[in-house]
Design a protein around this ligand. Structure first.
Ligand SMILES: Cc1ncc(COP(=O)(O)O)c(C=O)c1O
Length: 419
């Protein structure tokens, strides 16, 4: 019997026992006993907990969303089943406490307060909640960069147009391997009218890591608030939200944490909560209770409950170990790929400036053609990204990616270049 199927049956068999004991994270015992202790087998053991063996393609686009490990999928199924037995009874009852305990766990790791964390559906919702809720006035400025996420830039432009505020867009020639280049350009753009700086922690096209803490300090010295788009940073890059000292921070938990699809987090610094007007008014708009920012009527509570299992899973791996392994996987294929004729890498290979996400192009070949070749010949799913000067492909491995799969990528690239 395939290992994945064996694991699945093992989880199913223990489900009722675990439910009977009803711990906060129903799969924590299981996760603990399932992880191999020998380092050599560690990553193979992790891979076995992801039900991907039967997939039509190998996913090298984990940047868009991560696959959830079995313990997370099982937790979601269990909570969904309970939701259906008594709709909203648990969600409005004892799950409220559990939900808070999940937030407490995040707050403890991230050196912030439980009442600074809201659960939302994704980064888009987290960021939009802040942008629409800020008391922006005519003439106020928001500073953004061309490499920030396009939909987010669209929302900022729309809000600014309505409020007669100004959006200043900076251009950076990525990849950059010098913090000062960021610091100097942002500093030069600040004026007395600048109210907000949008920073993307890890950019979605080139996987560029920005020096967020230094930039936040600089912005604060100039009386400017900072909003961090951490869609690709949370559970990927080892950091603590509290340590960054930003005012607003949003992320999608379904990306690097491998939590259920449609789960995200919004952090708002305690003293800023009252001034953010909620989109849905379930509490007084000027309340300092962060829950006002997650009010959206009836929601998929079972998904939020699955975040607990994803956090447990990450804890068993350890964020430091995970980041190191993701860096190893990125280096594994990029170091070979850069030797290839006509192949250009658009991502830094330095640890401080990139981690798992890396992007390349091949002179004379459109990204669509590369993507098609890799799908049809190597059964790989990759993402095309448009760069100012190249039609490129982004490769994003995750903890369930094997080096054999990356060998297939390299084989495909060699074929394409020889053609
Ligand atoms: C940098 C960045 N911000 C925001 C988002 C939006 O994430 P979501 O679709 O989960 O809201 C993405 C999606 O890939 C992203 O890469």
């Amino acid at each position: 019997m395939p290992a994945n199927r064996r694991n699945f049956l093992k989880y199913a068999a223990t489900l009722s026992t675990l439910m009977a004991t009803s711990p906060l994270f129903p799969f924590s015992n299981l996760i603990a006993t399932s992880f191999p202790t020998s380092n050599d087998d560690f990553w193979e053991g992790i891979r076995q907990l992801y039900p991907i063996a039967q997939a039509e393609l190998t996913n090298l686009n984990s940047g868009s969303a991560g696959t959830q490990p079995l313990p997370v999928q099982e937790a979601v199924q269990m909570y969904y089943q309970l939701s259906n037995e008594l709709p909203l009874y648990y969600a409005w009852g004892k799950w409220q406490d559990l939900r808070n305990q999940i937030k407490e766990k995040i707050a403890k790791t991230h050196l912030c307060d439980t009442n600074e964390i809201a659960f939302v559906r994704n980064t888009t919702e987290a960021m939009n909640t802040v942008i629409y809720g800020l008391p922006l006035q005519e003439g106020d400025e928001i500073i953004v960069a061309r490499h920030d996420y396009p939909n987010l830039l669209g929302t900022i432009r729309q809000v600014c147009e309505r409020r007669k505020a100004i959006v200043k867009t900076l251009e950076f020639d990525l990849p950059i391997e010098d913090d000062n280049l960021f610091l100097e350009k942002y500093q030069a753009a600040f004026t007395s009218k600048t109210k907000l700086l949008l920073l993307t922690h890890v950019t979605h096209r080139q996987g560029q890591i920005l020096p967020i803490k230094k930039l936040t300090q600089l912005a604060h010295q100039n009386g400017i608030e900072v909003m961090v788009d951490a869609a690709h940073a949370f559970a990927h890059i080892d950091h603590q939200i509290g340590d960054l000292d930003c005012d607003y921070y949003g992320t999608s938990l379904h990306k690097w944490l491998c939590a259920p699809f449609g789960t995200g987090l919004l952090f708002v610094k305690k003293d800023k909560i009252p001034k953010i007007a909620p989109l849905n008014v379930a509490l007084p708009p000027d309340s300092d209770n962060i829950e006002k920012l997650e009010a959206m009527g009836t929601r998929a509570y079972h998904l939020d409950m699955g975040i607990g299992a994803a956090l447990e899973f990450l804890e068993r791996i350890g964020i430091e170990r995970k980041q190191k392994h993701l860096s190893f996987l990125k280096n594994y294929w990029t170091q070979e790929a850069v030797q290839l004729d006509r192949l250009r890498l658009h991502t830094s290979l330095k640890e401080d400036y990139s981690c798992a996400l890396a992007t390349f192009s091949i002179d004379g070949l459109r990204a669509g053609k590369i993507k098609k070749h890799l799908r049809e010949n190597q059964q790989l799913n990759v993402k095309s990204v448009g760069l100012p000067d190249a039609s490129a492909i982004r490769i994003t491995p995750n903890v369930y990616t094997s080096t054999k799969e990356l060998d297939r990528l390299l084989e495909g690239l060699q074929e394409l270049i020889k053609k």
